[in-house]
Design a protein around this ligand. Structure first.
Ligand code: ZN
Length: 334
């Protein structure tokens, strides 16, 4: 990720309290998601109740859902001894900034803990829906917006949680949770970090092409359309390109996903080469200073196998709050 991009994301965000000691930042463009959902629903000729439904689901409820997803990553990161710097909620999803590199098994635990939060959320929305509607369904057919507003909210949130769970966990596009789990599994199998990164880049390109094709098909067939789809694809593509560049230029250690493996590789080859300026960076821990470290391969780690790895740099756990394949906030009856 280019340094300017990261800085831009930070500069356009504002602090919004903290949860579990983790500062939460909200991007100033975040309300645009709910606004776009409301406007598109209005332009489609739906009643005003549907507009409210779209705004509520794509606004505060989606925000809470993405936040809980990120808190899942943060909780897991702390369990394995990593530090959590902050969570950024922005228009396309959420980002958990987690300090330190991790071993592949720990990475799988951290990456899987975000999507896992959708399971209890699905249970909660299903329970509320059962209370309101008498049964649980993902379909809005037969429901009237002025009589079953609560049920429609529940169904929309069930769809949203299901879409986020499946998309983040099953689409192997960098830097979604699935790609991180896949990379960790490849590293666990003994694959070279560079080869694993190459596989991830190839999978990401295929996944992006599939997402674009399905999105285009949806637009053509008038099933659904969203102005955010293209932005999501562009952002994921940019992250994949960044990983490709890091691999080509031998800077994979800049991503905590590969940092531990790279450090282990360096130790095994006996090069004694430390990655970055070890001492100074190792002591930074939770400070806000590491922001400039994200891009361009400037993450800093100490000697392989030392505790310095735990506090060296910050990793980003990106979670897609907007699912290009889902029908987020569109559960109005036809
Ligand atoms: Zn996630």
């Amino acid at each position: 990720m280019p340094e300017g991009e990261v800085r831009g994301m930070e500069y356009l965000s504002v602090p919004c309290g903290s949860i579990m000691g983790i500062p939460i930042r909200l991007h100033v463009f975040l309300p645009l998601v709910a606004l776009l959902a409301g406007i598109s629903t209005m332009l489609a000729g739906h009643p005003w109740q549907s507009v409210i439904l779209a705004v509520v689901v794509a606004g505060p409820l989606l925000l809470i859902t993405v936040l809980l997803h990120e808190l899942g990553h943060v909780w897991a990161a702390k369990r394995v001894g990593c530090s959590a710097d902050h969570i950024l909620l922005w228009p396309l999803g959420g980002l958990a900034f987690i300090g330190g590199s991790v071993k592949p098994k720990e990475q799988i635990f951290i990456s899987g803990s975000g999507p896992a939060t959708h399971v209890p959320m699905l249970g909660l929305w299903a329970a509320v829906l059962a209370l309101l509607h008498g049964s649980v369904t993902l379909s809005t057919q037969g429901l009237w917006i002025d009589q079953d507003f609560g049920s429609l909210v529940c169904i929309a949130m069930l769809n949203t949680n299901l879409a986020m769970l499946l998309f983040n966990l099953l689409v192997p596009c960098f830097p979604l949770d699935c790609s991180r789990i896949l990379a960790s599994l490849l590293l666990l199998q003994g694959m070279e970090p560079s080869t694993a990164a190459k596989v991830i880049v190839a999978c990401s390109v295929l996944a992006l092409l599939a997402v674009l094709a399905i999105s285009a098909w949806s637009v053509i067939s008038h099933h659904s359309s969203s102005s955010l789809n293209l932005l999501v694809a562009i952002w994921l593509g940019a992250q994949t390109w960044r990983l490709h560049q890091a691999r080509v230029h031998g800077q994979l250690a800049s991503d905590p996903l590969f940092a531990a493996a790279m450090a282990g590789q360096a130790a095994n080859t006996g090069s004694g080469q430390t990655i970055g300026s070890a001492g100074a960076a190792a002591s930074r821990g939770n400070s806000r200073e590491p922001l400039p470290e994200f891009p361009g391969g400037a993450h800093s780690y100490g000697k392989a196998g030392t505790s310095a790895q735990r506090s060296g740099g910050l990793g980003r756990h990106f979670s897609l709050g907007h699912c290009p394949l889902g029908r987020k906030g569109r559960s109005q009856p036809e």
